[in-house]
Design a protein around this ligand. Structure first.
Ligand code: GLA
Length: 670
């Protein structure tokens, strides 16, 4: 079935397999250990270009043939990578015009992957050719399950500033705008008199003195997404000429800011994601949950694939913390709980050479007499027991708006406060919802919202008129909306919407904002809810009520006595607004551990979102189809009430409650 790897049954388990880094004797041990661990899918060939095409137009598939046959003989399926994220050394030397140039105009060196210009016609031709040759050779191989085009588009070369890219950008602008007058109007080039006389005068946003046109920067980011998508499509079509198996590429949600994955998701047969824990942050599992929910949402709710994560430490963080015992299992199963039909790792066997030799693997340098290996084997057994979960879906009552374009725009230079951040606000709302045991979807603000009881808009600084109308219709029809400050401020060109802030949201929120009053670094402002006081960070502003009513007020600071939280009853629904960052600073509030939790509690109740009562805060609860996943992130056993059904991992019958050991996981078929 398109969209799923052609696996026999159950969840996919495995990882990137790079046998070319090892002598062939090791391969025999590899496949024996794969069988032992229950591995059924491996990603092969991802960085093989220089090996299968050692000179331009000269192909050598011998080694890859043997790898395919060996895996097939052991019943292990192949997710075949096209090797185009790492062009061969000869390519770079033969085609110097394809070299990557950074914002400062430096031509970047080779001897690493991703060092090529995404708009290079030479790269386009060569990558299409090698993908086609691979497809021709392996399309009919019985081990082949799916295609893995490229690796992590935009990982290191999201934007290139070379002359070829500049020319491609100008062509993109011509196509989008038709005449240069429309570009001038969109970017507002009368500001500082930066008007263009022709498309030929437009440069990419190279490093410049401060104040670069923001509309230019946004369009360059959009152009760059298109350039990468064009490369993907070309290879995908080359593959499809020979094969009708699913084609995908691995995303980096949420850590690749330049790639707009709402756009990308339409291009793949199955969404695949690479996720690495932000290991040093406390409660890193909340970031993992957010990444998984966003990936599922990008996939339109359909099951997706965890294509890479790690058994332990990575090699590229400032301090690479190993996972504690049980953490790899919880991480893996959390992705499954949130919609993944696979658990894959980078990589099978730890490398001896090169930049990633300190990255963990399924087979660590320590070998099989290690906790990591034993955990890998146990995880394979767990995943076997979870086979019935495959294909089922996660349903959510609450959605959080996520828009990559707004993310880009909000973080351009010269905003009202350096403390404003897209991830900062989304993360704060996500964490508060996670702690309330509420599973969320993410949505683009123009999406159909009718399935949700509540839509949260944490930082939609850039919001088009069309999207704002969508939110308005949603509320009128009975939806509940919670909007945070600095939303709805600019249009798609980073131009302020007309009239007082928040332009296109004034009507739905029933208010306007007269002036922003950002706080000093680490400053706080008191907010009174009537029953108690909370602290607000980062922001205060002068809200002027229209049809909305004030619920909470600023108790001090520049807006003392003015509204801080409002509600506008509109049609059959309601729209809340919160004018400051109500975070962890105040523990003394009457409605919960901190202000945002208190506010969310009220809004969730009003919206009729059902939550689990009596579940400790560090227990993660996710329902996927008929299966209830319970994760105990704490260090004491917990008993979760209201659980009846069979434990899939341990066979235990639960009648009315389930007890989960510290650090443990239960999956109950209810
Ligand atoms: C990414 C890449 C892999 C590897 C890992 C290391 O996900 O796709 O090839 O470099 O990072 O964490």
């Amino acid at each position: 079935m398109p969209g799923y790897p052609a696996l026999p049954e159950g969840l996919a388990y495995g990882g990137d397999y790079n046998p070319e880094q090892w002598p062939e004797e090791v391969w025999q041990e590899d496949v024996r250990l794969m069988r032992q661990a229950g591995v059924n899918l491996v990603t092969v060939g991802v960085f093989n270009w220089g090996l299968i095409e050692p000179a331009e137009g000269v192909y050598d598939f011998d080694r890859l043939d043997r790898i395919f046959d060996l895996l097939h003989s052991e019943g292990i399926k192949v997710d075949l990578g096209t090797p185009t994220s790492s062009p061969p050394v000869w390519f770079r030397n033969r085609h110097p015009g394809s070299r990557l140039v950074d914002r400062e105009g430096h031509v970047l060196g080779g001897a690493t992957r991703h060092s090529f210009c995404p708009s290079s016609p030479e790269y386009a031709a060569a990558s299409e050719r090698v993908a086609g040759r691979l497809a021709e050779r392996y399309a009919g191989h019985p081990a082949l399950a799916m295609w893995h085009v490229h690796n992590e588009y935009g990982w290191a070369n999201a934007h290139c500033y070379c002359p070829t890219s500049a020319e491609a950008f100008r062509a993109w602008l011509r196509e989008r705008y038709g005449d240069v007058g429309a570009v001038n109007a969109a970017w507002g080039t009368t500001f500082w008199g930066l008007t263009y006389g022709s498309f030929d005068e437009v440069e990419p946003p190279l490093l410049a003195p401060p104040g670069l046109l923001t509309g230019l920067q946004l369009d360059f980011m959009r152009f760059s997404v298109d350039a990468h998508i064009a490369n993907y499509r070309r290879e995908r079509e080359a593959v499809r000429r020979f094969s009708d198996l699913p084609v995908t590429t691995n995303f980096m949600i949420p850590n690749c800011k330049p790639m707009d994955y709402w756009r990308w998701s339409a291009e793949v047969d199955v969404v695949a994601n690479d996720h690495y824990l932000d290991a040093e942050t406390p409660d890193a599992h909340i970031g993992l949950a957010m990444a998984a929910d966003l990936t599922r949402s990008v996939s339109g709710g359909r099951p997706w694939m965890l294509m890479e994560h790690s058994t332990g430490a990575v090699n590229w963080q400032p301090r690479n913390l190993a996972k504690r015992r049980g953490e790899m299992r919880r991480n893996s199963l959390a992705h499954v709980a949130r919609g993944s039909d696979s658990v894959m790792f980078f990589q099978w066997r730890a490398s001896r050479h090169g930049a990633e030799k300190f990255h963990s693997a399924m087979v660590p340098h320590a070998g099989t007499d290690s906790e990591v290996w034993r955990d890998v084997v146990d995880l394979g057994a767990d995943l076997g027991r979870l086979a019935p979960v495959r294909g089922s879906r996660v349903e959510a009552d609450v959605a959080v708006v996520w828009d990559w374009e707004s993310y880009w725009a909000l973080e351009l230079e010269w905003r009202p406060s350096a403390d404003l951040g897209f991830r900062e606000r989304v993360g704060a709302f996500y964490e508060a919802l996670w702690r309330e045991h509420v599973t969320v979807d993410f949505v683009h603000p123009s999406a159909d919202l009718s399935a949700y009881r509540l839509v949260v808009v944490p930082s939609a600084y850039l919001l088009t008129e069309g999207s704002a109308k969508n939110l308005h219709r949603y509320v009128e029809a009975g939806g509940h909306l919670l909007v945070s400050f600095f939303s709805g401020i600019v249009d798609e060109n980073d131009a302020i919407h007309g009239g007082p802030y928040p332009g296109v949201l004034r009507e739905v929120l029933g208010l306007s904002v007269e002036e922003f009053h950002p706080l000093r670094e680490h400053g706080t402002v008191a907010v009174s809810s009537g029953a108690g006081e909370y602290a607000g960070r980062i922001w205060s502003e002068r809200v002027r009520l229209g049809e909305a009513a004030a619920l909470w007020t600023f108790a001090d600071g520049p807006d003392a006595g003015h509204p801080a939280v409002t509600r506008h009853d509109l049609g059959a629904g309601a729209a809340w607004y919160v004018a400051t960052a109500l975070d962890e600073a105040s523990g003394s509030g009457p409605r919960g551990p901190y202000g945002l939790r208190g506010l969310l509690g009220e809004v969730l109740d009003h919206a009729g979102v059902r939550r689990l009562a009596d579940v400790p805060e560090d227990v993660e609860v996710v329902r996927r189809g008929a299966h209830l996943f319970l994760f105990n992130h704490g260090d004491r056993p917990v008993t979760v009430p209201g659980v009846t059904g069979t434990g899939l991992l341990d066979g235990v019958e639960h009648r009315g409650s389930a007890t989960v050991p510290p650090g443990g996981v239960a999956v109950v078929r209810t």
